[in-house]
Design a protein around this ligand. Structure first.
Ligand code: SAM
Length: 178
């Protein structure tokens, strides 16, 4: 959405940078090497980490400012990642394309079936974001971007669950497509 782009561009222009999440470094090795997709990649730390590990990485984010920063960072670090400035609803996920899909701190429920379809058999999904308990930590956070407790298990329960955790306001799921 255009509003998402403007809102996030402002944040990135003010100096926001994305983080490298411990969940990624802990679990990425469960995926077979090959193609990876980083959904809403921000300034690209996750994508760059995976590219350095030998994955062929595609990544998108609605913020063209974040994508510009990500491209510069990848160039500086000498790795190649296909970064695209795109809204999640416009990205073409494809079918049986990825060995690894990452979704960190972003929630668009329209992507759930597309994520499942675009994973290869044996491919791994790592999904981590805030759940409804986050409202007590940050009351101004838009509740439609918060997971319900148990929601990821309901959505992805037909996959092999490798790890699931709801600690306080954060939910983490690692699952393999059969
Ligand atoms: C909290 S940040 C997370 C960034 C990164 N995944 C991380 O964990 O560090 C949320 C990201 O979602 C992106 N975003 C927001 N709405 C989006 C949309 N409709 N389509 C794609 N990306 C979007 C923002 O630009 C921002 O980079």
């Amino acid at each position: 959405m255009i509003d998402d782009r403007l809102r996030w561009n402002r944040r990135y222009l003010e100096g926001r940078e994305s983080a490298l999440h411990a969940t990624l470094t802990r679990f990425y090795h469960l995926a077979p090497y090959g193609r990876a997709l980083d959904i809403a990649c921000g300034t690209g730390e996750t994508s760059i980490y995976l590219a350095k590990k030998g994955f062929s990485v595609e990544a998108f984010d609605v913020s063209d400012v974040a994508i510009r920063k990500a491209r510069l960072k990848a160039k500086r670090e000498g790795v190649s990642v296909k970064f695209k400035p795109l809204d999640a609803d416009r990205f073409s996920f494809g079918v049986s394309r990825y060995n690894l899909i990452l979704n960190f701190y972003f929630l668009n429920r329209n992507t759930f079936p597309k994520i499942k379809r675009s994973l290869k058999s044996g491919g791994v999904l790592i999904f981590e974001t805030y759940n409804e308990d986050h409202s007590s930590v940050n009351p101004s956070f838009n509740p439609s971007y918060l997971l319900r407790k148990g929601e990821l298990i309901e959505e992805f329960g037909d996959m092999e669950i490798l790890y699931y955790c709801e600690v306080s306001n954060i939910t983490t799921l690692v699952a393999r497509k059969p």
